[in-house]
Design a protein. Structure first.
Length: 655
């Protein structure tokens, strides 16, 4: 398995390169040679400046963004601000587009990998964390904001208890919520404004269970008695999260938050880490009408595509507002790097989010096809050049095989996985991760520094594509798809690859990837050459048996360190949710379904009382539909009782 580049050696090398370039450009090499003490002082001053000037990091995460949705792909969707991160060199946004960027098939696995630098096979977060689940990123693993808090500058190095970064999170969490210890301010963030679980209504902010899941956690370790449920009913979540990332908001009579900018000036004495995870463009497809209006006349688009485009344009507007706010303060902006990423491929024609596109890649969210595990990622911001120690000029030259609809200045053509952000940022701030020896991510600093040269030495040559597990029990086929592995241009997939409509791309609906894999044995291995066949149309395993054998061997090596999935309905769930009624009435509480009407008639479910869990079922004779009211009176439940596990799975399906 690939290991992280030695942080200290890389940092020392980078420092020497930076010092050499500065001395050469100012023609001071001669005088420095004649005056060793002056040269020594210059070096010390340069090292101090580099250590003191830790970058502000703004990380923007989109939800369910397709790899063929941004305007820079020529899609017709208006995303000028996101596109500008990599196309507008005039505003300091001479960014880098990551050509071969990989994520996991859906949100929780990707977000846990982002925050830990570990594949889900090493944390157990293989699946979406469901509302009644106690699953989450294991508490013993250092998170990205915790890593950032260990960064030191020469200004505060004498105080071992001082921390540099001020980490703040806005938007979606979804890597653990069953106890306060799993929530953001217990995992390294100084504050959090957003929702804990996977999705909610954009205007009412209610989760699938019927409760409000919109929280303001104002301080570190903000739990019972501190966390507030916020009443933003009627306000569009994209606008709310953008506002919270910019403005000073008063949440109680005694506390206020300033996630990005304070009035009248921001605090620039400590570097900022802003994690802005938009709900967009996850379902439900909801957006104010004005954002759909520009696409009304697109007769070649479905209604879902038009709504989706409006949601994406609204998010792009919000990102533009955040960037504009940063630019109002040159001291803040000039030392800022921006990371833009998606969490998985876009769902296309099936599921609650419809209208996204991964064309011409095969498959989408919930699959280990390229359409489910690749996406858009951009590095940008004025501080980027300094961090990468790159003096190369930008280039928009297109090469054979490039996406002709993609217009960017600089492209990074090597493999980059979401787990790589963790060690890459660690090298930027000169901190060794506590679990460095177990990291799956590799630092991409060296490779990115020469990003204009696609023939340069890559940081990684292979990556584990993961599994696609859509139900809690992997023994229930077809809930357990994959795994997949990529090495150089080769990709291997075992068994079914998962996901809805895996053989279709959208739009345009008339173009369909051929269905060559109508029936797949779970033990069969499929081999693709992505350089020649990026749409994964042709299984060439029989043509390259020697390559297949090597790839199977590599898969077996990963299996040796495999951690079994955290079951979403294990022996500690369901649980009484994190209830707070002080702000918005009854807050979210997991599976707190008040008068939830089932969509289909079901067989009357057994009543589980073994572990003090009361399931009340009533029948509405006029509609022949069940109304379910569920209350959990104890954290202990009967998850280990087979018939009760089936009951809980049925309850989950009613959401």
């Amino acid at each position: 398995m690939l290991r992280i580049i030695d942080v200290w050696r890389s940092a020392a090398y980078c420092s020497s390169v930076l010092i050499f370039v500065i001395l050469a450009s100012t023609s001071l090499s001669t005088s420095a040679a004649n005056n060793p003490s002056s040269s020594s002082r210059d070096q010390k001053e340069q090292e101090q400046e580099q250590h003191d000037n830790l970058p502000n990091i703004v990380m923007i995460v989109m939800d369910d963004l397709g790899s063929h949705d941004l305007g820079l792909h020529g899609t017709g969707i208006n995303t000028p601000n996101i596109d500008g991160l990599v196309t507008d060199g005039n505003n300091g946004n001479n960014g880098i587009y990551l050509d071969d960027y990989y994520v996991l098939p859906y949100c929780s696995p990707t977000r846990s990998a982002l925050f830990s630098g570990l594949y889900p096979i090493h944390t157990g977060v293989h699946n979406v964390i469901r509302p009644i689940s106690t699953a989450g990123l294991p508490l013993g693993i250092e998170t990205l904001p915790e890593l950032l808090k260990r960064a030191k500058t020469t200004k505060n190095s004498k105080n071992s208890n001082s921390s540099t970064y001020q980490p703040h999170a806005v938007g979606k969490w979804h890597i653990g919520h069953s106890s306060w210890n799993q929530t953001p301010t217990f995992r390294g963030f100084d504050s959090f404004f957003g929702f804990y679980i996977g999705g909610e209504d954009y205007f009412t902010h209610k989760s699938g269970g019927g409760g409000v899941d919109l929280h303001y956690d104002s301080t570190p370790n903000c739990g019972e008695g501190c966390s507030k449920v916020v009443n933003e009913r009627g306000n569009y979540s994209t606008h709310v999260f953008t506002r919270e990332a910019i403005n000073k908001e008063i949440r109680s009579s005694s506390s206020s938050s300033s996630f990005l900018l304070s009035s009248p000036t921001p605090d620039t004495s400590a570097p900022l880490f802003l994690y802005l995870a938009y709900q967009a463009v996850h379902c439900p497809n909801e957006v104010p009408e004005k954002y759909i209006k520009p696409y009304k006349n697109r007769t070649d688009w479905t209604h879902q595509r038009k709504n989706y485009a409006g949601m994406l344009s609204a998010a792009d507007e919000g990102i533009g507002n955040v960037i504009t706010a940063l630019q109002q303060y040159p001291t803040l902006w000039n030392n800022t790097v921006i990371i833009f990423t998606t969490d998985n491929g876009g769902p296309t024609t099936v599921g609650c989010t419809q209208g996204s596109s991964n064309y011409p890649k095969r498959g989408g969210k919930c699959s280990v096809w390229e359409g489910g595990t690749t996406g858009d990622a951009i590095l940008s911001g004025p501080a980027l050049q300094r961090l990468l120690l790159s003096k190369t000029t930008s280039s928009s030259e297109q090469k054979d095989g490039d996406d002709e609809g993609l217009y960017v200045h600089r492209r990074f053509r090597h493999l980059f996985h979401v787990v790589d952000w963790f060690p890459t940022i660690a090298e930027w701030i000169n901190v060794i991760p506590r679990h460095q020896t177990r990291l799956d991510g590799v630092s991409q600093v060296g490779a990115l520094s020469d990003s204009s040269n696609s023939d340069g030495l890559p940081a990684r040559t292979e990556l584990f594509g993961g599994y696609a597990q859509c139900l809690s029990d992997p023994s229930k086929n077809p809930s357990w798809w994959g795994p997949s592995l990529r090495h150089l241009n080769w990709k291997i997939v075992q068994g079914e690859s998962g996901g809805p409509d895996a053989n279709e791309t959208f739009p345009p609906g008339t173009k369909q990837i051929h269905n060559n894999l109508t029936t797949i044995n779970k033990t069969k291995y499929l081999l693709f050459d992505l350089e020649k066949d990026p749409s994964e149309e042709n299984d060439i395993s029989e043509l390259h048996p020697e390559v297949l054998t090597k790839m199977i061997y590599k898969l077996k090596l990963y299996r040796k360190s495999f951690v079994y999935p955290q079951i979403n309905d294990d022996s500690q769930c369901p649980f009484t949710g994190l209830v707070n009624t002080t702000v918005a009435g009854p807050a979210w509480y997991v599976l707190g379904m008040h008068n939830v009407v089932a969509k289909v008639e079901r067989k009357i479910l057994s009543i589980c009382i073994y572990c003090k869990v009361l399931f009340t079922l009533a029948l509405v004779s006029s509609k022949k539909t069940f109304i379910l009211s569920t209350f959990f009176t104890s954290r202990r439940c009967c998850c280990r009782i087979p018939w009760c596990k089936d009951l809980q799975e049925s309850l989950l399906a009613l959401q």
